[in-house]
Design a protein around this ligand. Structure first.
Ligand code: PHE
Length: 345
């Protein structure tokens, strides 16, 4: 039997929406747990629970590695197949989410994630203070995805330096898999850097973006195994499986999608193939860094802190090399150290 390593998990049928609402509080060792609200289709609510448990643990690591005084949590609304959310049902489920957040007594606050927007955060914010990224006119820091993209660009510069000896992305071959809010923004930034782009999305409608950016279009499966310098997962998790690793033709994998590894052992398989994998929770921290820095600390150096991801990744890759471990192991060690220091102080 495995142990529950979360502080608290709230699972309930939303009294208004009738939909399964899950709030997982993984850790408050460093401070209030934060993590986005994912509103997504699942075949079974238990799959949503599994996602919430893993994503919330990822947020603990994300905050710890970003040097934030916050822990990790996550909300998942597991929308059953066949149900579409009309505006009324959407409002109901967001109120249900707000109530579940309130039930944690301030231990957890949410933000946008796959399937939710700052406008949704405004609705949640009608019923709880535990919410980041409301639109600016309501006092929030707004959309976090541009900052996640900026932070990813910073991480990619560090990876590029490690592979090519310079952080200049011009002419580098990069595959962006997933053109959602973060992926599209990132693809635009990379095109502006002069990178040679291959892009892909499950939505064929995104083809137009490829044409606009002068990027090569590919379907998602082929994009993952394309011959590129860096593979950038920017959609849902689980793309890096034991089966796909032998097929990869890239020198590094670094992207903002949360939970990229199907199992932790995949990090070792990548390492054995000499493919650098930078943990997603380091690469994709820009959004949460920006939101928390501006909303909690009222600091004006939020963008500089997002850009600092480049230094974090540089250090991580050096440390991993020096200790002869994977970047994943080095990041895990650092996360553990930061959490245990907090517990003992
Ligand atoms: N979706 C964001 C992430 O995975 C979550 C988030 C953003 C939470 C901003 C709070 C504020 O990092």
């Amino acid at each position: 039997m495995s142990t529950l390593d979360h502080e608290q998990v709230v699972i309930r049928t939303g009294p208004r929406s009738g939909l399964p609402v899950i709030v997982a509080v993984h850790s408050t060792a460093l401070g209030q747990a934060v993590g986005g609200c994912r509103l997504w289709h699942y075949a079974d609510w238990r799959d949503g629970l599994t996602d919430a448990l893993r994503l919330s643990a990822g947020m603990t690591a994300k905050c710890a590695m970003a040097g934030l005084a916050n822990g990790g949590g996550k909300t998942v609304v597991a929308v059953p197949a066949g149900i579409t959310l009309d505006p009324g049902l959407r409002r109901d489920v967001l109120y249900d989410v707000a109530e579940a957040i309130e039930s944690t007594g301030g231990r957890y606050a949410t933000g946008p994630d796959v399937g939710t927007t700052p406008a949704d955060m405004a609705v949640i914010g009608e019923r709880t203070a535990g919410v980041f990224c409301k639109p600016p006119h309501l006092g929030g820091s707004g959309d976090s995805s541009p900052h996640t993209a900026t932070g990813t660009l910073a991480a990619l510069r560090a990876v590029c330096r490690r592979i090519h000896g310079t952080s200049d992305l011009a002419g580098r071959r990069l595959a962006v898999v997933g053109l959602g809010r973060v992926g599209e923004r990132l693809a635009r930034l990379l095109a502006a850097e002069g990178a040679e782009l291959l892009v892909s999305d499950i939505d064929p409608g995104k083809h137009a973006l490829a044409a606009e950016l002068g990027a090569t279009w590919s379907d998602p499966e082929q994009a993952v195994t394309a011959a590129v310098d860096i593979l950038i997962p920017a959609a849902l998790g689980g793309v890096l499986t034991e089966q796909v690793v032998p097929e990869l033709r890239c020198r590094a994998v670094a992207g903002p999608a949360n939970n990229q590894l199907a199992t932790p052992a995949v990090a070792d398989l990548l390492h054995r193939r000499d493919i650098i994998w930078v943990p997603d929770y380091v690469v994709g921290a820009g959004g949460v860094i920006y939101a928390l820095t501006t909303e909690l600390h009222r600091a004006d150096d939020a963008l500089a802190r997002v850009e600092a991801i480049e230094g974090t990744v540089n250090d991580l890759l050096h440390t991993a090399e020096r200790l002869e471990v994977t970047p994943a192991q080095a990041a895990l060690e650092l996360t553990r150290l930061r959490l245990s220091t907090a517990r003992h102080s």
